[in-house]
Design a protein. Sequence first.
Length: 82
Amino acid sequence: MTRNFYPGQSVLLFNSRLKLFPGKLKSKWSGPYVVKEVKPYGAIELEEPKSHRSWVVNCQRVKPYLGNEQENPSTVILLDYP
């Protein structure tokens, strides 16, 4: 699977330092964050949407966030009474 990121895309960030509080229900993925810039050699600049804080991470620590893409089935069923 190729990972192609582009500016404006929502991604999740892997937190590898979450070993202090081990637990089954604690997620190691945080976010969503917005890709601000894709730099060469696999570096990505992320931006937090609320505070507009940005930092650079390795692209191996992020994955696409699919939560914004919701399927809205638009099936209309008309019911007639006999």
